[in-house]
Design a protein around this ligand. Structure first.
Ligand SMILES: *[C@@H]1O[C@H](CO)[C@@H](O)[C@H](O)[C@H]1NC(C)=O
Length: 365
């Protein structure tokens, strides 16, 4: 009787340890084998040029852990360099892990280059957690979550300091964190030093961005993808934008169809902004900034507790350039951005489309 119990105990022990096994990926040819496991460890991997580290079709509930330095061969292509897809995933970087894009190899072309540059990491996940991923020197966009649902993203670092603060214009299209067509997604406790939008969404529902620090780039953006892509229920709070071209950038494109509704932007600190402290314009695209704005509904927008300063007198503290029927149901409370005199704009910037009930000081000179 005692022996039987002992045998059973052993048997259970073996089963338990088998299910705790993980696969350590040594090269991308092992991906199919790795995807049979619930845990995949990726350490110091060199991904060949033009190949995506394809972590799609993972088993439900898979953990992927990144360790060490993950690098990518050089190829001019669209990427992504890493793709992640699945449900109930737990995607984790160890503290010293780096996705090293060696972006310097791509940045030399400047703004008008026709060079194709790979996007870095694209996740299409449901009910998942993504945390502690560190992107060094991204060739182009760093982190994208498109069609993600019920997903918590935290402790993302984008470090393109090697390209400087962007005024030299070296690392274009290096958007930091992008959300598109998501539902119920949070981005928290993250840091982006780049040369394009720090955070951007052009479509999605129920998004929270909290404790994001942005440096060197184009600030926090709410955009439009047009084609009836809407941004509904977005809160951006407790964030900082430092030494950036724009602080907060609400931009919808000329001819865009869609709407933004229930957007709250609060407790934001802007420091040393170069061009626009807060820009809200409906004419992104050719002819910016003077082109006429398209009618695009910005409904139930709240701007609250936004304070900051401009770097020198060249920029403007607040600029609003909207179709007269775009802004509806706005709150503008305790917004105080100072220092800009607009001297870099000829002709001087003017505003339009400010809701009549609000006293918003515009394009101060
Ligand atoms: C905010 O995010 C940073 C990472 O950029 C982190 O170090 C810090 O602990 C976070 N603050 C809070 C209050 O969670």
């Amino acid at each position: 009787m005692a022996a039987a119990v002992f045998t059973l105990g052993c048997f259970l022990f073996v089963v338990a340890s088998a299910s705790a096994q993980y696969f350590e990926l040594k090269n991308v040819n092992q991906l199919n084998e790795a995807k049979k496991f619930q845990k995949i460890v990726i350490r110091n991997l060199q991904v060949p040029a033009g190949v995506t580290l394809d972590l799609t079709n993972l088993k439900d509930g898979t953990t992927v852990e990144f360790h060490g330095r993950i690098t990518f061969g050089y190829k001019e292509w669209r990427g992504p360099l890493v793709k992640i897809g699945g449900k109930r995933l737990n995607i984790v970087g160890q503290n010293t892990a780096r996705f090293d894009g060696e972006g310097q190899r791509y940045w030399k072309g400047g703004r008008n280059t026709k060079m194709l540059k790979p996007r870095f990491l694209e996740a299409i996940v449901d009910d998942s957690k993504i945390t502690n991923l560190y992107f060094l020197n991204t060739p182009a966009m760093a982190f994208l979550c498109n069609w993600c649902h019920n997903t918590a993203i935290s402790r993302i670092t984008v470090d393109n300091k090697a390209a400087g603060d962007g005024r030299a214009g070296r690392a274009f299209n290096t958007d930091g964190i992008s959300l598109g067509y998501v539902r119920n997604v949070q981005v928290r406790d993250s840091y982006v030093f780049n040369q394009d939008d720090c955070f951007v969404t052009g479509a999605g529902e129920d998004m929270l961005v909290e404790n994001l620090t942005c440096e060197g780039g184009n600030g926090i953006s709410v955009g439009s993808l047009g084609n009836r892509a809407d941004v509904v229920k977005l809160t951006i709070r407790n964030c900082k934008v430092i030494n950036s071209l724009t602080g907060i950038n609400i931009k919808t494109e000329i001819g865009a169809v869609g709407l933004h509704r229930d957007v709250v932007i609060e407790n934001i600190e802007l420091k040393q902004i170069h061009q626009y402290g807060i820009s809200i314009h409906g004419n992104e695209g050719n002819g910016f900034p003077s082109a006429q704005p398209t009618l695009f509904s910005l409904d139930r927008y709240t701007f609250r507790n936004i304070r900051g300063n401009m770097l020198g007198a060249g920029g403007v503290n607040v600029w609003i350039w909207l179709h007269p029927n775009s802004a509806k149901n706005w709150r503008w409370e305790n917004v105080n951005v100072v220092g800009g005199k607009g001297t870099m704009f000829r002709p001087p910037l003017t505003c339009k489309g400010i809701p009549g009930n609000l006293r918003i000081p515009c394009a101060e000179r």
